[in-house]
Design a protein around this ligand. Structure first.
Ligand code: AMP
Length: 190
């Protein structure tokens, strides 16, 4: 079982690379952003709470996210090939909660893979994605807030995972096959 945290700023390519990993390795996938967007679409209580935070570029409170995560993880059963955590953890308390949740099940995160992309490129990609997908939080003002949140609350996880000894840095700028190849090298060596 290879549980992987795919990590990076908004627009760094986590979703795209997750799709390729799912296809190649048969992993399961938890995208907390996708979970929240589907809750919003279905008009649930959680969706109503989440919408305000998302449209404002803010993070949803940790307690809510941690509960969602454990229930989605358990839905994959006990003997899966591995789960890709995409968009989670985004804070140090979330990383600690993930470690604890997995340890309680006798599991662990095998690797944290950081996709490193320069800020101006992130901005270009996200504005383009907003025009194509109509995602409500992919507009210039909200993108700036999300990038600030990333730097202040999420980027400290790089040091946290280095201390855990499972951080892997990948240059996320360039051709998709090269980036995916770099990811596969990390996974294959686990
Ligand atoms: P994403 O699709 O991963 O870019 O997430 C979109 C938005 O959903 C974020 O800007 C947050 O408002 C919210 N979100 C997604 N994942 C998390 C998380 N792990 N913790 C808190 N908020 C989250």
């Amino acid at each position: 079982m290879k549980n992987i945290v795919i990590f990076g700023a908004p627009g760094s390519g986590k979703g795209t690379q997750s799709d390729l990993m799912i296809e190649k390795y048969g992993f399961n996938h938890i995208s907390t952003g996708d979970v929240l967007r589907s809750e919003i679409k279905n008009g649930t209580e959680l969706g109503k709470t989440a919408k305000g935070f998302i449209d404002n570029g803010q993070l949803i409170p940790d307690e809510l996210m941690i509960d969602i995560l454990a229930s989605v993880y358990d839905s994959f059963g006990k003997e899966h090939k591995g789960v890709i955590f995409d968009g989670f953890p985004r804070t140090i308390p979330q990383a600690e909660a993930l470690k604890k949740m997995l340890a309680e099940r006798g599991h662990k995160v095998a690797a944290m893979i950081e996709l490193d992309v320069p800020e101006d490129e992130l901005m270009t990609r996200l504005v383009k994605r907003g025009q194509e997908s109509g995602r409500s939080d992919d507009n210039a003002e909200t993108i700036k807030k999300r990038l600030d949140v990333y730097h202040n609350q999420t980027a400290p996880l790089i040091e946290w995972y280095k201390a855990e000894g499972i951080h892997h840095h990948i240059n996320g700028l360039g051709e998709l096959p090269r980036i995916f190849g770099d990811i596969c090298s990390v996974i294959d060596a686990l």
